[in-house]
Design a protein around this ligand. Structure first.
Ligand code: CDP
Ligand code: CDP
Length: 226
């Protein structure tokens, strides 16, 4: 089949990574989770003990670091300078700091170059916040996934309640709303729907239903439709 690129953007917990991974599997495309790259940079900055005002040191660290995304049996593995950071980049500490790091324009510039390279040979499903607008503006299929903040918090809560029982649904909802606000209001490549993206509200849709809709959109692309 002809190779093309699919951009999936949207707010936290809308289902981007779950759905992007399944769509990539169905088409035999490569899945790229750009949120994991911003999380990896945040982890590196925290590990180096940099304070929030040390922006030039953060940028220099980002320039030097090597981030590798490797498909694994239980999802995508993330390596920073050879170290497996797959689990540690998902902790509440990193989640609480990532949007601040992601608002730094020079850090976005460095990661955007890497992301464009990853998609250069096409056949990529890439998810994030600015993929359809900045990273892959020429992606053949663009989706903006969304859902109410309540349902997004509930979905996250179900995922973490066993491993992190101290985190309440109310706190998750607050944290998600705050992260959305920071991602939407930053100056550099804010979270927004590209004018040519298809909006899919997943509040009332199951994962297989969303995957099916995206595969239909891909078929109409391959068939020369919209
Ligand atoms: O999975 P979840 O929705 O919690 O977030 P993520 O996709 O792992 O992304 C974490 C954070 O990275 C987001 O809240 C954004 O601040 C930032 N991000 C970004 O700015 N641009 C992207 N293309 C991807 C993520
Ligand atoms: O990547 P993002 O933060 O946008 O979301 P995710 O981590 O892929 O999805 C968050 C949770 O919502 C996962 O447990 C998904 O299985 C679930 N989900 C759902 O229940 N129904 C949907 N239509 C989409 C996602």
């Amino acid at each position: 089949m002809e190779k093309f690129n699919i951009a999936i953007d949207g707010p936290a917990g809308a289902g981007k990574s779950t759905i992007a991974r399944l769509v990539a599997g169905a088409l035999d495309f490569v899945y790229v989770d750009t949120g994991a790259m911003y999380r990896a940079v945040t982890w590196k900055i925290n590990s180096a003990g940099l304070s929030p005002e040390q922006t030039s040191e953060m940028i220099a660290l980002t320039e030097r670091m090597n981030i590798r995304l490797v498909p694994g049996e239980n999802g995508q593995m993330v390596y920073v300078d050879g170290e497996d950071v797959t689990g540690v980049i998902r902790t509440a500490d990193i989640t609480g700091n990532v949007s601040r790091v992601a608002s730094i324009a020079d850090i976005r510039r460095i990661l955007t170059v890497k992301q464009k390279e990853m998609a250069a040979s096409r056949g990529v499903v890439m998810d994030g916040r600015d993929i359809g607008t900045h990273v892959l503006p020429d992606a053949e299929v663009k989706i903006f996934l969304t859902a109410s903040v309540q349902i997004r918090a509930e979905r996250r809560y179900k995922e973490i309640r066993d491993s992190q029982p101290e985190i309440t649904l109310e706190r998750l909802e607050r944290d998600i709303a705050e992260r959305d606000r920071m991602d939407e209001q930053r100056e550099a490549a804010p979270l927004m729907q590209a004018p040519d993206a298809v909006l899919l509200d997943t509040t009332e849709l199951t994962v297989p239903e969303v995957v099916e809709r995206i595969l239909e959109l891909c078929k109409s692309h391959v068939g020369g439709g919209t």
